[in-house]
Design a protein around this ligand. Structure first.
Ligand SMILES: [Zn+2]
Length: 238
């Protein structure tokens, strides 16, 4: 095969790598509508969680206070019974009378405290059901957007498949050590592992190359000569 292991095939490998990078970048960039819908869902989930925690706290307080109130009322009932039993004892009458008075004042205070708690419970319950309704309403749109995005990602991967196959074929004909070194340089430089020499300069870092390096680059042999300044492989195009 005439093109076996040329610097041109390594250059083509790089073109394909850049195309695959671009496709991966595109894959990672989530469409605005989906990002917003996901953000909205998260906001609703968080708000619902906060509301449910607050509601739980209020209901716990309510239960404790209702229990206290029931206890106080029981004490009042017992005091009334005692008062009734001791109907002819004036001292007991007055003692039970003031006890009943005291308990009744306490019960009234508790009822006053209960009212705002019940109001808060009602508000939080309404808020939670409103948030649940919003969440339900959002779901079909979010699901449609997720399906759309899945199709988008699959299409991008399909487009990458051709590039991956061509790359594998090219790489199969190249010296693995050269390919590995190219991969390492490309990763270290976050982009290009192989750059063009133009007008005697490295286009990767713009340094003027020594004559010996220029000559080697012009020969176009593998493994390619490296730029002494930036360490990238050099290729003379055309
Ligand atoms: Zn360079």
């Amino acid at each position: 095969m005439s093109d076996t292991g040329t610097v041109q095939s390594l250059l083509r490998v790089q073109e394909l790598d850049l195309e695959l990078d671009r496709l991966r970048g595109e894959e990672a960039s989530i469409p605005d509508a989906l990002r917003q819908a996901r953000g909205e869902q998260e906001r609703l989930n968080n708000a619902l969680e906060d509301t449910e925690i607050a509601l739980e706290g209020v209901e716990k307080e309510l239960r404790a206070l209702e229990q206290d109130l029931a206890g106080t009322r029981e004490q009042m009932a017992r005091a009334r019974e005692e008062q009734h039993k001791n109907a002819f004892d004036a001292r007991a009458q007055s003692q039970y009378g003031s006890r009943i008075q005291m308990l009744s004042e306490r019960a009234e205070e508790m009822e006053e405290d209960l009212a705002p708690l019940r109001e808060r419970q009602r508000e939080l319950t309404e808020q939670a059901s409103r948030l649940r309704a919003e969440h339900r309403a959002l779901r079909p749109r979010l699901e449609a957007l997720e399906r759309e995005d899945e199709a988008r990602v699959q299409a991008l991967r399909g487009r990458g498949e051709g590039a991956r196959q061509e790359r594998a074929e090219l790489v199969g004909r190249l010296d693995p050590r050269t390919v590995k070194e190219y991969d390492l340089i490309r990763r270290a430089k976050k982009g290009l592992g192989l750059v063009e020499m133009r007008g005697g300069r490295c286009t990767g870092c713009n340094v003027m190359l020594p004559m010996g390096v220029q000559q080697k680059a012009a020969q176009g042999k593998l493994p390619p000569v490296k730029c002494p300044s930036c360490g990238r492989f050099l290729v003379k195009v055309g």
